[in-house]
Ligand binder design. Structure first.
Ligand code: FA5
Length: 334
């Protein structure tokens, strides 16, 4: 048996030494030490030997088994270390390498403008309000002193929705953010200082200064003793905060059914043309009456500017349609 053990051990140690991976080593271990191995076969023969021989043979068998196990453990440590080193090497990142950061995109120019406008008015102490884009004609027109069949309705080419609300009011896509004035005055008592930016819709023919879906920011102030001078001062403060000192602005007398007096607000970049940005005026007493505010006690002003038009002037964009063509070469510039 001794000769056999010497041969088994020599063969096993040679194979263990030659193993090139932990997996291969494990397989060799199975063959050399497992249930069907020669070693286990020899152990079964021990029972047939006389006591003295059995003891010596048992010790020799154990010594061989231990020698093989020790060689296995030793080789496994070496192989695992080598495999780990190879993996680390493969996964190594050169942190000194200069790589362009992946492009993650940014907010659309109109969203940036929307947020900048909100920031300016919040800085002036205004709150921010929201209102529905799908609206009843009561909020969009009637409560704003534009009764059904009033000629002023033709100022806004309306996109109607083919349904009525629960009370039978016709529904539409709001033509301006002025509907939010009514929602705000119904929900809170004066004094009120809010802006309401949002999306608006009109059946306008698309051109360089008109989109069918565009954005406005509404402003509403209701307090005691508010005058047209407060409105003019607010618009001037806003213009200088947003565009800078070199832009000119002007108020032109105009007409809106929900303000009296009314004005249009134009702006001109250095060396450029006047562009109409929005309408404004003193809140009409009939509007106050619709929402249960006493016009003898409270006065206020309102304004509504086109956000897309503001962005167009501020960033010197020729054509509003650029904003909606999703051309990355255009959008990346802002
Ligand atoms: C209004 O919509 C009034 N609600 C504004 C207002 C509010 C007046 C509060 C008084 C008090 P107007 O129809 O002029 O007004 O539109 C306001 C601005 O929205 C315009 O000056 C323009 O900047 C922008 N605008 C209007 N139509 C379009 C369009 N099709 N595409 C892009 N911008 C538009």
């Amino acid at each position: 048996m001794n000769d056999q053990l010497v041969a088994i051990q020599a063969d096993a140690l040679a194979r263990i030494q030659a193993a090139s991976s932990v997996d291969e080593l494990t397989a060799i271990g199975q063959e050399v030490l497992g249930k069907r191995s020669d070693l286990v076969g020899l152990r079964k023969q021990l029972g047939g030997l006389d006591e003295a021989t059995r003891k010596a043979a048992g010790e020799a068998l154990n010594a061989t088994t231990q020698a093989i196990k020790a060689a296995m453990a030793d080789r496994e440590g070496g192989l695992a270390g080598a495999e780990r080193t190879a993996r680390y090497e493969a996964e190594r990142l050169d942190l000194t390498e200069v790589v362009d950061p992946p492009s993650v995109g940014h907010l659309h120019i109109v969203t940036q403008t929307w947020q900048a406008l909100e920031d300016i008015f919040v800085g002036m102490g205004y709150g921010v309000a929201e209102g529905p884009e799908i609206e009843t004609d009561w909020y969009n027109f009637e409560a704003l002193n534009i009764p059904d069949s009033h000629p002023a309705r033709s100022m806004w080419d309306t996109l109607w929705v083919d349904t009525d609300d629960a009370d039978g009011h016709p529904m539409l896509l709001r033509t301006h953010t002025s509907n939010v004035q009514i929602h705000v005055m119904q929900a809170q008592e004066p004094p009120i200082y809010v802006v309401a930016p949002g999306r608006t819709y009109r059946r306008d023919t698309t051109d360089a200064t008109h989109l069918p879906v565009f954005h406005q920011i509404e402003g509403l102030v209701v307090d005691k003793g508010i005058t047209m001078a407060d409105l003019a001062g607010t618009i001037q403060a806003f213009t200088q905060a947003y565009f800078g000192q070199e832009f000119e602005s002007r108020l032109r007398p105009s007409y809106f059914p929900f303000t009296e007096p009314s004005a249009e607000f134009d702006i001109r970049p250095p060396g450029g043309d006047w562009l109409e940005l929005g309408g404004c005026g003193m809140v009409h007493p009939n509007v106050f009456r619709h929402v249960g505010i006493d016009p003898e006690e409270w006065t206020g002003f309102a304004f509504g500017f086109g956000i897309d038009r503001l962005a167009k002037v501020r960033y010197a964009v020729d054509d509003l349609r650029e904003f909606v063509t999703s051309d990355v070469r255009f959008l990346e510039q802002f």
